[in-house]
Ligand binder design. Sequence first.
Ligand code: 5GP
Ligand code: ZN
Length: 123
Amino acid sequence: MSECIFCMIANGTIPTKALLEDDLILAFDDIAPQGPVHSLIIPRQHFDNLGDGVPGEVLEAIFAAVPRVAKIKGIDESGYRVIINNGPDAAQSVGHLHVHVIGGSPMQHGMVRFSDSDEGVAR
Ligand code: 5GP
Ligand code: ZN
């Protein structure tokens, strides 16, 4: 997985300012933030997505990091959205499991927009 950009971030080939890290996970800010706060949490080990046999302890480490990242970013009280784009129909663009933590300003209700509909609702 030497060409995986998030593996390169996880192993230090691409220097990245970590928000939080331990043996299992690494959190850092998204390079193209879609909100005032947009951070990512990744497992250090490569998994394509949630369907890639991710061990429970890795899932636990990822999700335990979510509120900690929110607190570090100062959005634990105001709230935030947690998103995993999983596979092609979800428009996953980096094939290394990652969790988005997005917040810092109020969002509209609803989170799904389909690309084959003007209204963004699947038919
Ligand atoms: P996806 O669309 O796969 O759910 O999300 C991938 C995310 O990774 C995108 O929000 C994108 O901006 C972010 N990203 C892609 N390459 C890099 C990078 O080299 N550094 C950082 N920090 N974020 C990246
Ligand atoms: Zn990877």
